[in-house]
Design a protein around this ligand. Structure first.
Ligand SMILES: [Zn+2]
Ligand SMILES: [Zn+2]
Length: 108
């Protein structure tokens, strides 16, 4: 069995449901705080500047968003890493997320 699965089994056996719930809620709160932080605003600004304030895919510059290449939730240590962000317009951003989702489904 893979190391990761063994680790999960160990955790299931050693943690109570209450403890896991409270850890999970704490994590969610952390995510929410990070998303709204000045640090996040600053990160966005830096990525937008680096990408010359336009979508890296189609060069549109009307409504821009910054995408986390490695997932915001799964990689907390890369959350504020400028190299982990790319500037996208709303449409390309939506498309990218859908393509990523579809990729996950097909790889399963
Ligand atoms: Zn675009
Ligand atoms: Zn995104």
């Amino acid at each position: 069995m893979a190391e990761k699965q063994l680790e999960i089994i160990r955790k299931i056996k050693s943690s109570s449901l209450d403890k896991l719930y409270s850890e999970y809620i704490k994590y969610q709160t952390n995510c929410r705080t990070d998303r709204k932080s000045a640090k996040m605003k600053n990160w966005k600004k830096k990525v937008l500047n680096r990408d010359n304030n336009k979508c890296v895919i189609c060069s549109d510059n009307v409504i821009l968003e910054v995408h986390h290449i490695k997932d915001f939730f799964l990689y907390p240590n890369l959350r504020f890493d400028v190299n982990n962000g790319i500037t996208l317009c709303v449409e390309c951003h939506k498309k990218l997320h859908l393509i990523e989702r579809l990729g996950e489904i097909q790889n399963d």
